[in-house]
Write a protein that binds this ligand. Structure first.
Ligand code: ADP
Ligand code: MG
Length: 386
């Protein structure tokens, strides 16, 4: 069923195309069209070869089997039409067949409204496979999920990997096999539990490890520092201590100061040295001296991998560390790869997206790929980590 050959060979077909159009939306407004933008070249290439395209994608996390207006993919149609430069037919009830209505593209309603999508129900996958003559998988962001539309369809339909997917794998492999040094890895974000394997995997490869976010708090606690009411995962203290006691520990660059708030509204930001954090403080960002240190390390690096915001970016000024780090990487000459859903909107907000070597559409999927986990559909497509 699986074809290694390039999409260029797909001609005059009805192509069932799985994309990741799961864009961040707030109060009905698309906050970042990064994933749409990245998907457009594949759509255009298929159209150029006289194919018709049936797009399926997930959007948010609806309750399966129910229609939910607030998670309708229709919200992206204007944006997608503008970027592709063609009218697109939206199909709400598509599972039993689509009508192109004179257009070359159909965008199907949120695939996660279909009962059985998550558990990869064979009857659903088979039903979806009847929509196209071939299947193109180009949704790297969900390649770690074994669902009906991300995996199941390939059991029933000739399957090709899309160009975005190929690019993502090439870039991730380039990061993993690069001999550029020094290599700096920045791992931040909310929870150490979701990033611990990544830290362990990349610490031996890296020359410097920069930490931020809730992950940093867990490390600070493991070192015996007062962290007040900060976001922390106490059950991971021991694992953090193991890393701190390992031979790679000197690669960790530990902050000397942090930004804290001591009230519930987070409206009294204070820069504190790490040794004077109070029991009622909440650490919400890295401090000024730490930012300067991190910027220096970044400026001396030849290759940088970054995942996750360094602070509570939803509330200014606690986005300061993340902004300063974005700017530092953007102005460095290093080969830079960024992955993870929460950093890219910030980079876009600063209009710095073109200053990075590679911004990945993958979040969890990229981390799992780097960690060395077999991603189901990639394994099937013969795409491997180097
Ligand atoms: P990504 O999706 O990019 O991998 P995560 O989801 O792991 O990133 O983390 C992003 C979240 O972490 C953001 O919502 C941010 O507010 C939160 N965060 C980062 N640092 C802190 C902190 N010190 N305190 C509370 N929340 C934080
Ligand atoms: Mg996230």
């Amino acid at each position: 069923m699986i074809k290694e050959s390039s999409q260029f060979e797909i001609k005059n077909k009805n192509v069932l195309l799985r994309l990741d159009l799961n864009v961040p939306v707030f109060k009905g407004r698309i906050l970042s069209d990064f994933r749409i933008l990245k998907s457009v070249p594949t759509i255009k290439k298929l159209l150029k070869n006289n194919n018709k395209v049936i797009i399926i994608s997930h959007f948010g996390r609806p309750k399966e089997g129910c229609h939910d207006d607030s998670l309708s993919l229709e919200i992206i149609i204007n944006n997608l039409e503008n970027l592709v430069g063609e009218k697109i037919t939206f199909s709400k009830d598509w599972i039993n067949g689509v009508n192109f209505n004179g257009n070359n593209i159909v965008l199907c309603e949120n695939v996660r409204f279909q009962l059985g999508e998550k558990q990869n129900l064979p009857s659903l996958a088979k039903q979806m496979s009847t929509l196209g003559d071939v299947f193109v998988f180009d949704a790297f962001g969900v390649s770690h999920r074994k669902e009906a539309s991300t995996y199941g369809i390939s059991d029933y339909l000739e399957t090709f990997s899309g160009d975005l997917l190929k690019n993502e794998i090439m870039n991730a492999n380039k990061l993993l096999t690069s001999d550029k040094r020094p290599m700096t890895t920045i791992i931040s974000g909310a929870k150490i539990s979701t990033k611990l394997t990544l830290i362990k995997k990349l610490i031996s490869k890296s020359d410097n490890i920069i930490l931020g976010g809730g992950i940093l708090n867990t490390f600070l606690m493991a070192m015996g520092h007062e962290i007040g009411n900060s976001l922390v995962e106490k059950s991971f203290i021991e694992e953090a201590q193991e890393i701190l006691n390992s031979s790679d520990a000197p690669k960790l660059i530990i902050p000397v100061d942090v930004m804290v708030s001591s009230n519930a509204a987070f409206d009294n930001p204070q820069n504190r040295d790490i040794s004077v954090v109070q029991s009622n403080d909440k650490i919400l960002d890295i401090g000024e001296k730490t930012i300067d240190r991190y910027i220096k390390v970044i400026s001396e690096s030849s290759i940088i991998f970054w995942n996750g915001p360094l602070g509570y970016v939803e509330k200014s000024p606690f986005d300061n560390g993340t902004i300063k780090i974005s700017q530092a990487i953007a102005s460095s000459k290093a080969y830079s790869v960024v992955g993870g859903g929460d950093t890219i909107p910030i980079i876009e907000g600063l209009s710095l997206q073109d200053e990075f070597s590679c911004l990945s559409t993958g979040g969890g999927s990229l981390l799992k790929f780097i960690e060395g986990e077999d991603l189901p559909i990639l394994k099937k497509l013969g795409m491997h980590r180097l």
